[in-house]
Design a protein around this ligand. Sequence first.
Ligand SMILES: [Fe+2]
Ligand SMILES: [Fe+2]
Length: 148
Amino acid sequence: MCDHCGCRNFAPIAELTAEHEEILRLAWEVAESGDESSSHSLPPLLAALDMHVRKEEAGLYPLLTQVGRLPAAQLGSLEADHADTRTALARGEFGRNEYYALAAHIEEEEIELFSAARFTFEEDEWEHLEEAHRSQDPSPGLREVKDR
Ligand SMILES: [Fe+2]
Ligand SMILES: [Fe+2]
């Protein structure tokens, strides 16, 4: 990562992308475990998912709404996906269908939302996105790791 080409701005997107990978990996283990309530992958999945959802709902979603790139109906449907996933996991009803629904949600974010952010966000929005992430997750995150 460098200081002059703007790629530093994409660090919050890289952070969300890395979280997607980890969430999908754990979610597949839970879905495949047969008895998801006793899967050892469930606690780390819930922790990763809750943190990730808080970041998106405090940062990416409202910022995209502000710049006119996230219609209310799509916002509502994305937030409903978050709630549905959480409910399925809490009820022990997270199987392959729920996994594929989660994967489709993540694909929608990566293809539509992340590219909308890349093309639309200015310095201000990138700063607010980073602040929203750190307010939910004070850990250094991916950026510090990549800067090393
Ligand atoms: Fe999401
Ligand atoms: Fe996401």
